[in-house]
Ligand binder design. Structure first.
Ligand code: ZN
Length: 562
């Protein structure tokens, strides 16, 4: 909680405190800014000093200026708003380049974008896309006929926005040998016509029947893709990313990230997830712990072990305590016994676990597994997480604080777009829709809440996420007053979830997440003062400068200065 009242007094106290010892003059000082620090001990400041990648003083312009020596670079920020670098606690490196089908709104737009995208590909190669929603299709039913119409003999497969179902055209199904005689895999479903012919819609694991045919990326393709994504992240003010891959980095991804680190091109704190494996061998667990400990505090770290309990509401694969409107509860991917045993093994090894759980049934399973681990191993500072945690049962909210479990939410998931209003909300019904994405309720229940984007499912722009958390409206301000506005949170709280709290969820709170003396100099300069004015201005705010450990990783072309 930020107390503006104490701001002035704290500011002077902190400067006096941090400059008491006779340190050499700082390398660089930034003055004349409106600094929102996320540090309750000193919530606001005008200036800070940076030496060797760390903040060494934070305070008024006058007192920080007084620290300058002959070799100090002085940067006047012209009264701009400065906040800590943004931390995305749930992000993915895309597996490949693909046509972006987000917000298509109709089959025609999907077809146009795919045709346009395919023009840039070698003739006859696979056309891959992602980002469609059921509401883009007539009757909310994706069907191969819409792809066959524009690609009669070239294979096409497109993932939905959430990545839990894919639509393949006839050519792709033929290449994969998927026919009316193909049985559903254990972990997915082939949608069919009444006569058993596949419709092209492949849910969960069934998508793998087709996607396993996609040619793998080369190591250099993966590296180029990583560099593009890192550049985008820096331009959005992101200084830390947790790559929440379920299976751990692939060999290509790991060598790409390591190469970026070695070449000085890793422009974020990159925290890679480890795989959560049932009946994992003790030596393998010990290897994960060694990897984590050896990289602690480095730019490339290895963090939590990520597993999946259920799917998504839109695909009706999120596991609910009560049936969806229209029937079916969804089915968890794991049994409670397997989950308990696995979580307890990782917990005993001292590792942090993150479980994807969206339906109230899956969320309860995750909480039960964490409770079980605490019971058999004893309580420790585990900071286990639940990823997405979209529709928790109200009775389970207090358990987050009781068990010390982090709600790793995605603010932007609450965007009330067509798919939310016409697919998601009707599927869960009014009572559950009213407690979906309950950011405020998590905070009120005392839960630690950390934001992420789930990029590339949603855009990674944190300002867009903050806008959604604060307004629960679309970009054009709909619906009036916001979608279930009782779940809205304040702008400062949303900022905390993207900075200080996200650092805590990453075991990084002593290194980053606030603008405080001693921490890494990870910060962002914004084009507008987002803390002064209507929330709408978040949509027009640009990141002018992103600094990671004292080093510029992004500077907007329009931002002049030293
Ligand atoms: Zn994810």
């Amino acid at each position: 909680m930020i107390r503006r009242l104490c701001a002035v007094a704290c500011l002077w106290l902190a400067v006096a405190f941090t400059t008491a010892s006779a340190a050499p003059p700082p390398a660089r000082i930034y003055v004349n800014a409106r600094v929102w620090t996320a540090d309750a001990a000193q919530p606001v400041a005008e200036a800070f000093a940076v030496t060797e990648g760390r903040f060494v003083a934070v305070g008024s312009s006058e007192t920080v200026r007084a620290l300058a020596g002959p070799s100090t670079t002085v940067v006047d920020l012209g009264g701009r708003r400065v906040v800590p670098g943004f931390i995305d606690t749930h992000w993915h490196l895309p597996a490949r380049r693909s046509a972006r089908l987000d917000n298509a709104g109709s089959v025609e737009v999907i077809q146009q974008r795919l045709v346009e995208y395919a023009k840039g590909l070698p003739a006859g190669s696979w056309v891959v896309g992602r980002g469609w929603m059921p509401t883009d299709f007539p009757g909310r039913t994706a069907h191969k006929r819409y792809l066959d119409a524009v690609f009669p003999d070239r294979p096409v497969v497109i993932r939905d926005r959430d990545g839990h179902q894919a639509l393949a055209n006839s050519r792709a199904l033929a290449l994969a040998g998927v026919t009316r005689d193909t049985a559903d895999p254990d972990d997915g479903r082939i949608e069919r016509e009444p006569d058993g012919t596949p419709t092209g819609l492949l849910k969960e694991g069934a998508a793998g029947l087709v996607s396993r045919l996609l040619p793998p990326l080369s190591a250099s393709d993966t590296y180029q893709l990583l560099l593009e994504e890192l550049a985008a992240a820096a331009s959005f003010g992101l200084t830390s990313l947790t790559d929440a891959t379920d299976v751990g980095l692939t060999d290509n991804e790991r060598s790409a990230v390591e190469r970026a680190l070695a070449e000085g091109r890793l422009t974020v704190n990159y925290r890679a997830a480890l795989p959560l494996e049932t009946d994992v061998a003790p030596e393998r667990l010990a290897g994960f712990v060694r990897l984590r400990d050896a990289t602690r505090g480095e730019l490339l770290t290895y963090g939590f072990a990520k597993g999946m309990i259920d799917g998504t509401v839109d695909a009706k694969t999120a596991f609910m305590l009560e049936p969806y409107v229209g029937g079916g509860n969804g089915t968890p991917f794991v049994s409670q016994d397997d989950l308990n045993r696995t979580v307890a093994a990782y917990d005993r090894a001292g590792l942090q676990v993150g479980l994807h759980a969206i339906g109230d049934g899956a969320i309860r399973m995750a909480l039960d597994a964490y409770e079980y681990a605490a019971k058999v191993n004893g309580r420790r500072d585990s900071r286990h997480r639940i990823e997405h945690v979209e529709v928790p049962a109200s009775a389970d909210l207090p358990r987050f604080a009781q068990l010390g479990v982090v709600a790793a939410t995605q603010a932007i998931f609450a965007t009330p777009d067509t798919s939310t209003l016409e697919n998601y909300a009707p599927l869960v019904g009014p009572e559950r829709a009213a407690r979906a994405q309950p950011f405020k309720q998590f905070d009120d229940a005392g839960a630690m809440q950390a934001f992420g984007s789930d990029y590339p499912v949603y855009p990674m722009d944190p300002l867009l996420g903050i806008y959604t958390a604060v307004t629960r409206q679309t970009r054009d301000g709909k619906p009036e007053g916001g979608w279930h506005p009782h779940n809205r949170i304040s702008l400062e709280t949303a900022l905390l979830h993207y900075t200080r709290d996200a650092a805590y969820a990453s075991f990084d709170e002593t290194r980053t997440g606030t603008i405080s003396a001693g921490k890494f100099a990870d910060f962002v300069v914004l084009s507008r003062d987002i803390l002064d004015g209507p929330a709408r201005q978040l949509l027009d705010t640009k990141v002018l400068l992103t600094v990671l450990r004292g080093r510029e990783t992004w500077r907007a072309p329009e931002f002049a200065g030293p």
